[in-house]
Design a protein around this ligand. Structure first.
Ligand code: ADP
Ligand code: MG
Length: 563
């Protein structure tokens, strides 16, 4: 195999030549402690950067650090972040045109996600990263690239890819393992979420997911307090949110939405120091909101909306421009279709007419004039018949008191259990409204068809993402900005690839749920790489996602075609 000296010689030789000569770099080079693979070379200094990989054989990480999937994901996460720190420590400000000299690893934000950028097994450790190959205009700055790859890269690798006994590594794994253990215990204890005492829930700002400093630490009310056992930290005490229907009430600005958002985020594990590292939620929790303008394809929203004006049936409801209430109904049914057993609502982002309908409105607008069955009249049934729990922020209407099992009141950022008081209020002040359910709750499973997905724009394949909120697929654009549990742009990229991959399971018979589980089985067996479209082997920047977000992406595809 060629070695680092050989690489240095190529770079010396092509220094000053046109950018195309960088293509000569493709291949593998044996360094002292690792092998460097140059997989993809960018076409010019402004194009998306080149893909490189480092393979380390004697990484010294003990096998029990990655013996379970939760440990492996956390270890790989730790290594990605170390590599990133090491890049910052060793690489000085880049010079040159475009992305010259910019080295990146996809280390992620506050969540610990499965990532394609680091892969460890007993034999080796693989790190995938990108580098903008240096140029001035279109002239190769070979000496700069030589410095980065031949001199600096060995230091970066040396600092971050070998286990040296640092106890921080193990505590990173232990924390993720504890969070996962608690998540599994939720089912045994009949809980849907758990918030450890001392957690910091609020974030620094709406655009920054770091913890707010000086926040009031979370403390469970006595009556909802529970201690759960974790393998590494022993008993952890906090508030358990039980199965069933839970309301979060309280005055404006008292921390209701912040609590719900922490529960939403609890489907993922978080970094030590995040403040939510011991806030855990069942993995099937889906945030439901109104999302007017989205498209809907043959979704059975009939249990919530029947016979709107000039329309016969809503068992196969399609639109390219949903209203607030129809979009919210579709979001619920689609979450259930994908297998969710826990729905999260915030009144701030819900359609009022979908959530409530009070006595006076029932008197004025007769039920035969109102196509909407409000969620209020389905929420209990969903729990009793489908086993689907609800956690809802509802500060604006007491009509939910009758149907709730647990009522948590936020007061100055502290939770109180007000279930009994609310029951009393409900008895003293009857709502006077009547339940409006024309027929029992049901929905239909749909079969998506192959032709839904066309990755070609003209003759070129286009499967990519723009940030966290947009997927570009052929000539379609999918807007995911209202899919709030999507947290990382690399998840969005993986979703784009997954849509393409899922197409092969669209055989005209398989339901959406069946397609999701086949894809999950693929991911479990082969990892994120299985999603890569042809010609994009060894992707450096994919992150794990849930089936719910994949379903959400497919459901928002405007060309979705249903049998
Ligand atoms: P609500 O939904 O009840 O109106 P929010 O959850 O939106 O209230 O919270 C209002 C504000 O208080 C937000 O800016 C939030 O960041 C902040 N906040 C929430 N919880 C805490 C806390 N525990 N400590 C300090 N500030 C908090
Ligand atoms: Mg709010």
């Amino acid at each position: 195999m060629k070695d680092d000296h050989y690489l240095a010689r190529i770079l010396g030789r092509i220094h000053g030549r046109g950018y195309k000569a960088y293509q000569d770099l493709r291949g593998s080079y044996q360094f002292n402690q690792f092998t460097l693979h140059v997989d993809h070379v960018q076409r010019d200094p402004y194009a998306s950067p080149s893909h490189l990989r480092v393979e380390v054989e004697d990484h010294h990480y003990p096998p029990h650090f990655f013996s379970t999937s939760i440990r492996r994901v956390a270890l790989e996460d730790y290594i990605a972040r170390s590599f990133q720190r090491s890049i910052h420590a060793h690489l000085t400000r880049p010079r040159g045109s475009g992305r010259s000299g910019v080295m990146r690893i996809d280390a992620g934000g506050q969540e610990i996600l499965e990532r394609s950028c680091v892969n460890i097994n007993p034999e080796n450790l693989e790190i995938r990263f990108t580098l903008g190959l240096s140029a001035k205009g279109r002239k190769i700055m070979g000496e700069d690239t030589k410095k980065i790859l031949v001199e600096i890269l060995p230091h970066i690798v040396d600092d971050s890819c070998f286990f040296t006994g640092n106890p921080e590594v193990e505590s990173h794994l232990h924390l993720a393992e504890d969070a996962q253990a608690i998540r599994e215990e939720l089912y045994i204890e009949g809980l849907v979420a758990f918030i450890a005492n001392g957690s910091t829930l609020p974030r620094r700002s709406g655009i920054c997911s770091q913890p707010l400093s000086g926040a009031v630490p979370f403390k469970s009310p006595e009556s909802l307090r529970i201690s759960l056992n974790s393998p590494n930290q022993g008993l952890i005490t906090g508030m358990g949110i039980p199965e069933g229907v839970t309301l979060i009430v309280g005055g404006g600005y008292h921390g209701k939405s912040t609590l719900l958002q922490a529960v939403e985020a609890g489907v993922y594990n978080h970094l030590p120091g995040d403040g939510r590292e011991l806030v855990v939620t069942r993995e099937s929790a889906v945030k439901i909101r109104a999302e007017d303008g989205r498209s809907i394809q043959k979704t059975d929203i009939n249990s919530f909306i029947h016979e709107p004006p000039f329309m016969k049936s809503t068992k196969e409801f399609s639109t390219q421009n949903a209203s607030g209430s129809t979009s919210q109904a579709a979001n619920i049914v689609e979450a259930l279709e994908a297998g969710s057993q826990l729905l999260l609502f915030d009144e701030d982002t819900s359609a009022t007419n979908f959530m409530i309908r009070d006595e006076r409105m029932q008197a004025l607008v007769k039920s035969n004039q109102e196509p909407i069955t409000p969620y209020l009249d389905r929420v209990q049934e969903l729990y009793d018949q489908e086993g689907v729990s609800t956690v809802m922020v509802m500060g604006g209407s007491g009509d939910y008191f009758e149907v709730a099992h647990t009522i948590i009141m936020m007061d100055c950022y502290q939770p109180h259990n007000r279930t009994l008081e609310a029951r009393k209020v409900a008895q003293q002040i009857p709502t006077g409204r009547s339940r409006e359910v024309p027929y029992p709750f049901s929905y239909r499973h749909r079969t998506p068809l192959k032709e839904s997905i066309n990755p070609y724009r003209g003759r070129r394949m286009k499967i990519s993402n723009r940030g966290k909120d947009t997927i570009l697929l052929g000539s379609d654009t999918i807007d995911l900005s209202q899919v709030k549990q999507l947290v990382d742009p690399s998840q969005t990229r993986a979703l784009a690839y997954a849509l393409y991959h899922a197409q092969k399971y669209m055989d005209g018979h398989s339901t959406l749920r069946e397609i999701l589980s086949r894809l999950e089985a693929d991911l479990e067996r082969k990892g994120l790489d299985v999603l890569s479209p042809p010609g994009r082997e060894n992707p450096p920047d994919l992150a794990g996602f849930r089936p719910f977000e994949l379903a959400a992406a497919l459901n928002r595809l405007r060309s979705l075609s249903i049998k």
